[in-house]
Design a binder for this molecule. Structure first.
Ligand code: SAH
Length: 250
């Protein structure tokens, strides 16, 4: 097991500031979860993070059947920089979307950008629910920053504004029609840049969208192999490839 992280102790994201000796009272649902679901008791430990102050060991101080305070005692990890990898995705139906968002967080995405393309089935997103999925994934996988979730954007708008908004970032366009030869070299050639991954909807990108993407200088095509992957599978595969070749899986 990776000694850097303590995977045994429950990790909890909190909004409040964290410092030694300053108790924080947590809301009922979190308290209920700790006391009655995880059945933690007085002096049991939890790990707290808020995305700003690193990771703190804290004692549980029950203050009622469904209420407790948490007393931070020791900072175990300092706050790292948030991940830079951007994950652009066409929204899917709720269950698969929850899964895809959680996996993107686990695979190291630091920013999630929902993209509305021609064949996207879902146009209205429950951002609160997706943010809850992001927090849950962050608590589970040991990261200390909460990846940002942006407002959904039309693909054309994303492409148009890209060179101005993110001049140093390449967009790795996962395209089942891409030519797979030399793609390791193509990824290697953009190792020094910032990176984003783009996954289309279940119905894929339209031919018009594919041509528009392919003609952008900031786009790098990536094949994920000879099989058509479901979009949520493609997300994990693409992030694993990018992280392995030019990211933090190296
Ligand atoms: N157009 C396909 C379905 C697209 S799959 C069809 O005709 O059924 C959904 C998304 O996953 C695609 O837009 C693409 O971004 C990604 N994807 C799936 N399989 C892929 C592959 N083999 N290579 C690259 N990207 C893939």
């Amino acid at each position: 097991m990776n000694e850097r992280y303590d995977f045994r102790t429950k990790r909890l994201f909190v909004e409040q500031d964290l410092s030694a000796g300053v108790a924080l009272s947590i809301e009922r649902t979190q308290a209920n979860y700790l006391l009655n679901v995880l059945r933690l008791k007085a002096r049991d430990k939890v790990l707290l993070f808020n995305g700003r102050d690193g990771e703190w060991l804290a004692n549980i101080v029950p203050t009622g059947r469904k209420a407790c305070d948490l007393m931070p005692t020791e900072q175990l990890r300092t706050q790292p920089a948030p991940y830079d990898l951007t994950y652009c995705f066409a929204p899917l139906k709720q269950g698969r979307l929850d899964y895809m968002v959680q996996k993107a967080v686990e695979m190291g995405a630091g920013r999630l950008v929902p993209v509305i393309s021609d064949y996207t089935q879902i146009h209205k997103l429950n951002l609160e629910r997706l943010r809850a999925n992001i927090v849950e994934a962050a608590e589970q996988c040991g990261i200390l920053s909460i990846p940002e979730l942006e407002e959904p954007r039309p693909l054309n708008d994303l492409i148009e504004t890209w060179p101005v908004e993110q001049p140093d970032r390449v967009l790795i366009f996962c395209d089942e029609l891409a030519n797979a030869s030399e793609q390791a070299q193509r990824l290697e050639a953009v190792r020094h840049k910032q990176h984003a991954v783009l996954i289309g909807p279940e119905g894929g990108f339209s031919n018009k969208e594919r041509s528009l993407l392919r003609e952008q200088p900031f786009v790098v095509g990536l094949s994920l192999g000879p099989r058509i992957l479901r979009a949520d599978t493609a997300g994990v595969a693409a992030l694993a490839i990018v992280q392995a070749f030019i990211g933090d899986l190296r």
